[in-house]
Design a protein around this ligand. Structure first.
Ligand code: C2O
Ligand code: CU
Ligand code: CU
Length: 431
């Protein structure tokens, strides 16, 4: 932090090589290091200022996924950074404590840039996340997990070939940049901030021995109260914070399980998109004698209900093939404009037999209902990305607060990156 109270960061996107598989070097891209990027952390109310340098051989961008940020600093496909160039976004963080992330968003090449290793966590803190009983000792009982899948050639290089309709679906689970990850644990409760940073794979997380856990946060912040679960499903781009209790000396595996309902897909698409696969994600290895963690707070945060008495606009989005409302992304087409600081209701329908997700920039929304039914507790908090099951209809309440720009748009898109790159994306202005 400098004398003006601005928190300054520098990040360099660059090529490198990483030992993801034991004994093999894989050429990868990373921010500062050879893969992934440093965890960025700021408090609500702080101003952050970045110097981002592109030392890659091609143009990239850095997008702040989940962040309320001025459009010119959003890092979408209009904010490209040429090789050798720099970019200096700055804004004041004003949203609840959350586990956000940052990743490239170059038009048509997002999947490749993320798959090669460019992604990092961006954590926001506030008074709710400061609660004394929250596990929050970073790296000790508060652990970020960036979960990705990759596929390797025998020599250790990344296999980037043969994308199917799902894109780069890997056969090797990579957690925080390594295969076969484990974590020594010294406390009776562990908080895992899980990000599905995969290009196209969905995960249904749980523990191998069947133990349950408490979910405490969704994409955009803490839930109202902890929710007891045995499984949490995350599509690409989604996050969940969970807290699990461990026993001294008893290892337990965080695992990605097959989706019981095939994630709403028919048999052939379930196989194609990998939703019946099983992967070990992270082994927790508790010490024989554990420090005793406090019980979680019973109330985590207050989440105001959206005000539906004055809805400024209703919009409809149909997800099918590589299109939204029958159109593919065009950098020169603005699809609509939203009025700043008004409530909108968006109806999103996946009319495909493929899985799709739906992500909106600049805001955190709330799900009003799914096929007319209120969302389950894990989907009842702040969200910026949702899995849209084929055939289902999702109604979202959104608000775009205080940043306007007459020309530079924000994006909404499928966060399965192969679909996004193929044009399953649109643009809107906030005026
Ligand atoms: Cu995480 Cu438009 O992206
Ligand atoms: Cu985003
Ligand atoms: Cu899609």
């Amino acid at each position: 932090t400098d004398t003006a109270g601005v928190r300054r960061f520098t990040l360099t996107a660059r090529p490198g090589s990483t030992e993801i598989l034991p004994g093999k070097r894989t050429p990868t891209w990373g921010y500062d290091g050879s893969i992934l990027g440093p965890t960025i952390r700021a408090r609500r109310g702080e101003t952050v200022a970045f110097t981002i340098e592109n030392a890659l051989p091609e143009a990239t961008t850095v997008h702040w996924h989940g962040m309320h940020v001025p459009a010119r600093f959003d890092g979408g496909p209009h904010q490209t950074i040429a090789p050798g160039a720099r970019w200096n976004p700055t804004w004041t963080v004003n949203q609840p404590a959350a586990s956000l992330w940052y990743h490239p968003h170059p038009h048509g090449a997002t999947e490749k840039h993320v798959y090669r290793g460019l992604a990092g966590m961006f954590l926001i803190d506030d008074e709710d996340s400061d609660a004394p009983d929250m596990p929050k000792d970073y790296g000790v009982d508060d652990i970020p997990l960036i979960v990705q899948d990759k596929r390797f050639h025998p020599d250790g290089t990344l296999d980037e070939s043969d994308p199917t309709d799902v894109g780069l679906l890997g056969d090797t689970l990579v957690t925080n940049g390594i295969a076969g990850a484990y974590l020594p644990v010294r406390t009776s409760l562990v908080r895992l901030r899980i990000l599905n940073g995969s290009a196209g794979r969905m995960y249904n997380f749980g523990f191998a021995d069947g133990r349950g856990f408490q979910m405490i946060a969704s994409d955009g912040g803490l839930l109202r109260a902890p929710v007891a679960l045995e499984r949490i499903a995350l599509s690409p781009g989604e996050r969940a914070e969970i807290v699990v209790a461990v026993d001294g000396g008893v290892p337990v595996m965080l695992r990605a399980f097959p989706f019981e309902d095939r994630a709403g897909l028919d048999r052939s698409h379930a196989a194609q998109f990998g939703v019946e696969d099983t992967f070990d994600v992270l082994e927790l290895r508790p010490a024989a004698n554990l420090g005793r963690s406090a019980a979680l707070p019973a109330v985590l945060a207050s989440i105001p209900r959206p005000d539906l008495s004055a809805v400024a606009a209703e919009r409809h989005f149909e997800l099918k093939w590589f299109m939204i409302n029958g159109e593919r992304m065009d950098m020169n087409r603005i699809d609509f404009s939203s009025a700043v600081d008004t409530t909108e209701v968006w109806t999103v329908r996946n009319t495909d037999n493929w899985p799709h997700s739906f992500h909106v920039h600049d805001t955190q929304f709330q799900i009003l209902d799914i096929d007319g039914t209120p969302p389950p507790p894990d989907l009842a908090g702040w969200k910026d990305t949702i899995y849209t099951t084929p055939g289902r209809t999702f109604r979202l309440a959104l608000r775009f607060a205080d940043y306007t720009d007459p020309t530079l748009p924000y994006m909404y898109h499928c966060h399965m990156l192969f679909h996004e790159d193929r044009g399953m994306m649109g643009q809107f202005l906030v005026l």
